[in-house]
Structures are given as C-alpha cells and as structure tokens.
Ligand binder design. Structure first.
Ligand SMILES: [Cu+2]
Length: 114
C-alpha cells in the first residue's frame, strides 16, 4: 500500500489545495494602515479599509494628541499620548467613522470601513 506522500496524484492534489488556501488567505488577510498626526492634522483626510483591518495612529508632533471617535460603527478613545507613541484600533464593523482629536477640535478625518 502506498502512503499519501508517495502517490504522485494525491501529492499534486494536496499541493494544489494548499496553494489555494494560501492564495485565498493572502487575498482576505486583514491589513494594517497608518494615519499619523502631524502639524496638528491627520496625514490623510479619508481612508478606505475593510472590516477587520487595523489602523495605527502615530503621533509625530511635539505635543500631545488624543484620538477618538463617537461614530456608532466604532466608538473609541485612545487617550492622550506624546510624540513617538502610537496606538492601534481594529475596525470590526462596516460604516463611516469620523476620527477626531480631543485636544485639537480642528483635527478631523474619516475612515470608511467596507
Ligand atoms: Cu491633537
């Protein structure tokens, strides 16, 4: 009796299936994005992401920022943090999220989660 690994047809099938799984997971894998706070503004005004993606918010200013959102699709408050620090948020629900800074009311951007 031949084992699975020595049967060439089965081996080919197993390789094809494994390649398919790898390709699919690469296509649907969650991504990570970065939105910096610099010169009292967010580095982008809008960001399109998918459900499950992560966004990090590095502070590149010499003063504190406090990134938060009150949008129903993702309510969060990262607290205030200084230059060089970053905090991450995973967006687990579809919707439009308005991101703001509690210290600088003029700072505003939108994340569209699909
Ligand atoms: Cu700020």
């Amino acid at each position: 009796m031949k084992s699975i690994s020595t049967n060439p047809i089965r081996k080919k099938t197993i390789i094809t299936v494994l390649t398919g799984i790898l390709v699919c997971s690469a296509l649907y894998a969650a991504n990570e994005f970065s939105v910096a706070q610099k010169n009292k503004s967010f580095s982008v005004k809008t960001l399109d992401i998918k459900v499950g993606d992560t966004v990090s918010f590095p502070n590149e200013d010499d003063f504190f920022h406090n990134v938060y959102s009150l949008s129903p699709a993702k309510i969060f408050d990262l607290g205030s943090y200084k230059k060089g620090e970053t905090k991450k948020v995973i967006f687990d629900k579809a919707g439009i999220i308005t991101v703001q800074c509690a210290i600088h009311p003029e700072m505003k951007m939108e994340i569209v989660v699909k």
